[in-house]
Design a protein around this ligand. Structure first.
Ligand SMILES: C[S@@+](CC[C@H](N)C(=O)[O-])C[C@H]1O[C@@H](n2cnc3c(N)ncnc32)[C@H](O)[C@@H]1O
Length: 255
């Protein structure tokens, strides 16, 4: 179990139920604060604000915070299922129905995949990210369009995908991987704040080669890896590649 001692605290500032904040702090084995003292050792905070669970660093304390954003991305159609027409959909494959996102993170790729109508299972090993995802998926469930269409949010499995993929009941058509790669430069002006904070909180995913091997074993048809465009392919020469903006989807087909 990852420990967040001295790194993370839960902040309860009067919004919502204090017991929920206490239970969250207990689950993560971190302190619960009513305010942030200037000399407090923690650099990250979880707090319920405006009805969402938010992750904050010291810079974000006054500004707001980061949430699992459940709104469709720019340019994405709001109908359900959204058309499968972009580079990600091509990489996932025309015949694919069932997908596991083994590196769910902020859930942005997962939610895009879900909105295209695939049958999706999500895995996340960081307990903090899993709490944020669970809050996001609960908000998704409450959306009018989800209620009208009687849809359930994707199921979320908490834990290391390298182990969980070995214990699946049935292999999915596709396993999707987006592990954390080292940045090209130390500080990139282009990096999104959510990804900067994620990297500071969790570090790079050092075991991504093992994850790739586990995914290749566990999938029925294909593994798709999202890479920054400067990164070497994770599993050697891919069967196919699709170019996105500053990124590449490498596809490994299983024989
Ligand atoms: C770059 S982020 C993924 C971002 C995500 N695609 C999105 O759209 O928000 C990588 C995430 O994968 C998770 N992760 C990496 N290796 C994992 C593993 N072996 N099992 C489960 N989660 C893993 C990390 O904890 C991190 O949250």
């Amino acid at each position: 179990m990852q420990t967040y001692t001295g790194k993370l605290a839960v902040l309860y500032q009067g919004e919502g139920d204090r017991q929920l904040s206490q239970a969250l702090a207990d689950r993560l084995a971190v302190p619960l604060y009513a305010s942030v003292a200037h000399d407090c050792p923690e650099s990250f905070f979880l707090s319920w604000r405006e009805g969402c669970l938010k992750l904050l660093d010291k810079e974000l304390l006054k500004k707001g915070g980061l949430v699992v954003d459940i709104a469709p991305r720019n340019g994405e159609q709001r109908s359900w299922p959204a058309p499968k027409q972009d580079a990600l959909a091509q990489a996932l494959g025309r015949k694919t129905k069932t997908i596991i996102d083994a590196t769910t993170g902020w859930g942005q790729d997962s939610l895009h995949i879900f909105r295209m109508g695939y049958n999706l299972l999500c895995i996340e090993r960081s307990p903090v990210m899993a709490e944020l995802l669970s809050d996001g998926f609960n908000r998704l469930l409450a959306e009018d369009w989800m209620q009208t269409l009687k849809l359930q949010p994707p199921q979320l499995l908490r834990g290391n995908a390298i182990e969980l993929l070995q214990a699946l009941d049935a292999p999915p058509d596709c396993i999707y991987l987006d592990p954390m790669f080292p940045p090209k430069r130390k500080k990139s002006a282009l990096a999104k704040k959510s990804m900067v904070v994620l990297r500071e909180l969790l570090g790079d995913d050092q075991d991504k080669e093992l994850l790739f091997e586990a995914a290749l074993q566990a999938t029925a048809r294909r593994v798709v890896v999202k890479n920054p465009d400067y990164a070497e392919p994770l599993g050697g020469k891919p069967s196919e590649s699709y170019q996105g903006k500053l990124l590449r989807y490498d596809v490994y087909l299983k024989n």
